[in-house]
Design a protein around this ligand. Sequence first.
Ligand SMILES: C[S@@+](CC[C@H](N)C(=O)[O-])C[C@H]1O[C@@H](n2cnc3c(N)ncnc32)[C@H](O)[C@@H]1O
Length: 266
Amino acid sequence: MEHPEEALRLEIKTDVRRIREQALWAGLKPGMRVADIGCGPGKTTSVLYGLVQPGGEAVGFDASRQRIEYARQNYGGGDTGGNGIKFVQADISGLAPGQAGLFDFIWVRFVLEYYRSGSFGLVKKISELLRPGGVLCLIDLDHNCLSHYSLPPRLENTLFKLIRALEEKADFDPYAGRKLYSFLFDMGFKDIDVNVSAHHLIFGQWKQEDLYNWFKKIEVATSKINFPFDEYPDGGQGFLTEFLDFFKDPRRFIYTPLIACRGVKP
Ligand SMILES: C[S@@+](CC[C@H](N)C(=O)[O-])C[C@H]1O[C@@H](n2cnc3c(N)ncnc32)[C@H](O)[C@@H]1O
């Protein structure tokens, strides 16, 4: 999802109340040292930081320089990190435990969906940053972008083909959510718990922020893989127009299962 407005898209769609609920459910407590892996624009990190006060520390890691700059500007921390919140530009797959120190709690939300072929390897790498007895909380979507009713047949067919193409060509994983429990199980984590809820729940009157989020997703995804849109005489534009009509119809129903999974490192 690399594009100049990605920090803004993530910022707009972040629901602070739900992040708080999920983090408390997973066991985040005051005084902990928490890492937010793939922190995006830093909004989630700032919420996690609030929950570990007093006395706790939060570090947001992201591979994108643009997102880390945005996070530093908007959520403090400066280059070196003041007041216990800090943002570090780093590709997590190359980060050694000694570099960042160990964490009591690690939060990974909406990152594994970009690693269909390598998500378990990445989770193992991330768990090296956790102290024994620390909590790992993985959150991702299942049937990502695929649960809409009622799509016209051409739109449904194209959407499924598009997601399949993203799986094959861009390593996107629309089913990342269902894998999280097995990852923690296979690593021998204890006290594993799972919570399933609805994300992107849309019915009735459309909202500007939802429209923006979906259109940015489609725009960026299609630009990544040069998808042909064979069933539309005017190509991608025709697909977008039909999706817009569907999206604005108050009868349509959209949701995505969100799966949160937490466990304790042995
Ligand atoms: C969809 S955003 C999610 C942001 C945030 N976690 C949230 O829940 O809103 C995914 C973020 O993960 C970052 N990311 C992806 N792979 C990464 C990696 N290997 N190391 C660090 N960051 C990564 C991307 O740059 C992007 O900002």
